[in-house]
Write a protein that binds this ligand. Structure first.
Ligand code: PLP
Length: 404
């Protein structure tokens, strides 16, 4: 019999990282600027921008740091208003506050994607920038969003923390907006414990971000594979003009990340196949619904989200308990205490907590279960069956009674 799997353990770090780390432990060369060239962090930036098809990459200490630097690189004035989705991780509004800007929240639908009507309504003349958080790797409609933002000349930052490997009409998520930000925290597709990276094609933006990330004096010259004339003039323009926030990545982290980039295609295809396999089973239940991907989207999931349909608050709590009894942890975003993904817990918002009835209703029934790419089919089936059985235990196997 297959037991419920441990879904929290990470995959082992590829062996190739060990030799590189051992070399570093001997030399002590952990700082990205010690070596005159080819530091592991710089090589990671070159490899990552090549993988994504972007001109520039800047590796930093976290995705939150990348989001913060993106806003700073856009040179937004103090108190600039930044539109973000009402369903995201608390780190996103936090990065906006950290950058001395004001987060404005828009509604998110029960498919976990930005509600375009509310987005359009809130994208008024007071908004200076937008962060599209592809929460849990669910891609919002980037065609509609880019059309609305381009028409108003509003820059878009993509929070692609959970979207490494996701494509939209064949384009890599993170390359559609002006800047894309990714995470290497342990619960993301590539695990370095902590770390992040931003990508862009804009020389001026990346020059500002590089300096503010902590490239003091002329250390910017150690970034990139050769500094072209456009970058050279951008660095000359910003030399000594910007504060240094020191959000750099260590060579040790880069050595852990680099060999995992080769694993991304396998993790993406296994993750997607496992997700879709479990989703199909959950959708056979009257009580569970996994919203489909958008037609343009090829997803890269390492967890599954589904909505409870026709369940009361009490039924929802009973379902979570019944799944736990079967060894499967389900988190309902809006039901667990102090959940960092429930906007009403973001009490640090400078303008207070807005009313987002649609997002709130979604969060009260949206379930989250980890589904790492390394699970076997048998383990995926244990998870799916446990969720189906838990729903049946609480709601019964009868067909739902409409209008009675
Ligand atoms: C994890 C995550 C972040 C934050 O990433 P860190 O690297 O931990 O700062 C931001 N946004 C989303 C959607 C995330 O999932």
């Amino acid at each position: 019999m297959t037991l419920p799997p441990n879904v929290y353990d990470a995959e082992p770090i590829p062996h190739a990282a060990r030799a590189e780390i051992d070399k570093m432990l001997k030399s002590g060369d952990l700082f990205r600027y010690t070596a005159p060239e080819n530091a592991p962090v710089t090589l990671l930036e070159q490899e990552f921008s090549a993988l994504m098809g972007s001109k520039y990459a800047l590796a930093v200490s976290s995705c939150s740091a990348a989001l913060f630097l993106s806003l700073k690189a856009l040179n937004l004035p103090r108190d600039a208003r930044v539109l973000i989705p009402g369903f995201t991780f608390a780190a996103v509004p936090s990065s906006v506050v950290h950058a001395d800007c004001v987060p404005v929240l828009c509604e998110v639908g029960d498919n976990y994607r930005i509600d375009l009507k509310d987005f359009d309504a809130k994208l008024d003349s007071t908004i200076s920038a937008v962060i599209i958080s592809h929460m849990r790797g669910h891609t919002s409609d980037m065609n509609a969003i880019m059309a609305l933002c381009d028409a108003r000349d509003i820059p878009v930052i993509e929070d692609a923390a959970h979207s490494l490997g996701t494509t939209w009409s064949g384009r890599n998520i993170g390359t559609i907006g002006k800047i894309g930000c990714f995470s290497f925290q342990s619960y993301k597709l590539v695990n370095a414990g902590e770390g992040g990276i931003l990508i862009t094609d804009d020389a001026d933006l990346v020059a500002r971000a590089v300096i503010m990330s902590g490239a003091y004096e002329h250390n910017w010259a150690k970034h990139f594979n050769g500094i072209d004339a456009e970058l050279e003039s951008a660095f000359a323009r910003w030399q000594n003009q910007l504060p240094l926030y020191n959000l750099r990545l260590s060579n040790l982290s880069a050595a852990i990340i680099r060999p995992q980039l080769d694993e991304v295609p396998r993790r993406v295809s296994d993750g997607r196949s496992g997700h879709d396999h479990v989703a199909e089973q959950l959708n056979s239940s009257l009580w569970l619904h996994v919203p489909p991907a958008l037609p343009q989207e090829e997803r890269a999931p390492d967890s599954i989200q589904f909505n409870l349909t026709g369940l009361s608050d009490n039924d929802t709590a009973a379902f979570v308990a019944a799944a736990a009894t079967r060894g499967i942890k389900v988190q309902v975003f809006g039901q667990s205490t102090d959940n960092a993904r429930a906007f009403w817990n973001w009490k640090f918002l400078p303008e207070g907590i807005p009313e987002l009835p649609q997002t709130r209703a979604m969060l009260m029934r949206a379930c989250d279960t980890r589904l790492p790419a390394r699970l076997t089919r048998a383990e995926q089936d244990v998870i799916a069956q446990a969720l189906l059985d838990a729903a049946d235990e609480v709601m019964g196997t009868q067909t739902r009674a409409y209008g009675t």
